[in-house]
Ligand binder design. Structure first.
Ligand code: FAD
Ligand code: DHB
Length: 391
């Protein structure tokens, strides 16, 4: 099979790129290891930045997002048992929108299948050959092995995909940090504790109370990295979420049916070598942020924007320069998101028992609550820095 761009992975990065290319008349083939139901139901991120929402409208993927997404002005912050609201919208404009990642994936899959071309589900890329004049992706699907010949390959295949490993280790510039904590996440049938998501900084660890709609909450607990979910029956999770979110100004947390439980490690990782000849890395294939700040999905979409523009310039005008500067164009925004996620991670979590650390974290949060200048700086990044524009 022959195409211009072979896209590995139908997550937010791959699907966004495929749509952007189709709108420019550039054909692509998308291969996805999992089946359609799996990718359309997998619980993951839920907060979209303003630039992501604006882009989805431009791509024609905004109808359900506009009808079902919940616009948030900022977030709540609770420490010393007292609740504060940081209203970023008032200071910087725009919103964050609560819309589950799997719903966005569903919308983009539907668009692709209706208007743009197929997605080869249950097809796993197992090898990549890059040559000066093209690439070959070797894959295994339900009908057996297949090869895709293309001009370029976009590895949108997540942190554990094969794209990054194709770049020789000696050529990869990688920066990484792991945190000594994990997030235990739940989905529950309860009303949200606050109208917008809330981070609670408690001496025994952070809790985060987010939502997926008016009747479903997404809540997280800081837990040790070696946590076994078997040790966390529902009652224990509710007890801990309740204790860490106790306040003098709100009623106790509502309890209800928990219908999803998961565990996620916290790490910061950037592969600065996002391009190797005709191979490009996008999204989680190139970088991971710790989840505080909700940047992962948004960064994946932002990488797709940069690459689709660069490929557009190449096919339309024969300009290679934007392809060659792909990593350089993406990295500053990636590092801003890394910095923001690190800042929220180190402020809200208890990462040591050093009383100095605790006091420094509290003083930082007090400044955030007292100072409009601090709120503006946080809000600019939380609601979403503009996507990179090399042009
Ligand atoms: P992915 O969404 O991972 O998509 C990659 C796709 O490639 C997958 O569908 C995979 O099946 C496919 N694939 C992999 N290998 C191959 C192969 N060899 N051949 C073909 N297909 C392949 N971010 C937040 O902002 N907030 C959150 O609350 C949050 N929670 C998360 C919870 C979990 C458990 C995880 C894992 C991530 C979470 N994230 C969160 C991060 C966010 O979901 C990711 O940043 C986002 O999905 C990145 O999109 P992507 O398209 O780069 O990769
Ligand atoms: C979610 C919300 C957040 O504010 C965050 O930092 C991470 C995740 C969520 O709703 O999943």
């Amino acid at each position: 099979m022959r195409t211009r761009v072979a896209i590995i992975g139908a997550g937010p990065a791959g699907l966004t790129l495929a749509r952007q290319l189709a709108l420019q008349g550039i054909d692509s083939v998308v291969v996805e290891h999992r089946d359609r139901t799996y990718i359309e139901t997998r619980t993951r991120a839920g907060i979209l930045e303003q630039p992501t929402v604006t882009l989805m409208h431009e791509l024609g993927a905004g109808t359900r997002l506009a009808a079902e997404g919940m616009d948030h002005d900022g977030f709540y912050l609770r420490f010393d048992r007292t609740t504060h609201h940081l209203d970023f919208h008032r200071l910087v404009g725009g919103h964050a929108t609560v819309y589950p990642q799997q719903e966005l994936v569903k919308d983009l899959v539907a668009l692709r299948l209706e208007a743009d071309g197929p997605i080869l589900f249950e097809t796993k890329a197992v090898g990549i050959d890059t040559k000066p004049d093209g690439v070959v992706v070797h894959a295994e699907g339900p009908g057996g092995p297949l090869t895709i010949e293309a001009d370029f390959v976009a590895a949108c295949d997540g942190f554990h995909g094969i794209g990054r490993t194709h770049i020789p280790e000696s050529e990869r510039v990688e920066v990484t940090r792991t945190y000594p904590v994990a997030w235990l996440g739940i989905l529950a049938r309860t009303a949200p504790a606050t109208p917008e998501g809330m981070y609670c900084a408690h001496e025994d660890g952070m809790s985060l109370h987010s939502m997926r709609g008016p009747h479903i909450t997404r809540q997280y607990l800081q837990v040790p990295p070696d946590t076994d979910l078997e040790d966390w029956p529902d009652e224990r999770i509710w007890d801990e979420l309740t204790r860490r979110s106790e306040s003098v100004d709100h009623p106790e947390l509502e309890r209800g049916e928990i219908f999803d439980k998961s565990l996620a490690p916290l790490r910061s990782y950037v592969c600065e070598t996002m391009q190797n000849g005709r191979l490009f890395l996008l999204g989680d294939a190139a970088h991971i942020v710790p989840p505080a700040g909700a940047k992962g999905l948004n960064l994946a979409v932002s990488d797709a924007c940069v690459l689709s523009y660069a490929l557009g310039a190449y096919y339309r005008d024969g300009i290679r320069e934007h392809l060659d500067s792909y990593s350089r164009t993406c990295l500053p925004r990636i590092w801003q998101a890394q910095h923001f996620s690190w800042l929220l991670t180190t402020t809200f979590h208890t990462l040591s028992d050093d009383p100095m650390d605790l006091q420094l974290r509290l003083s930082r949060m007090r400044r955030w609550v007292e100072s409009e200048a601090e709120q503006r700086a946080l809000g600019e990044v939380y609601l979403g820095l503009p996507f990179p524009t090399p042009w």
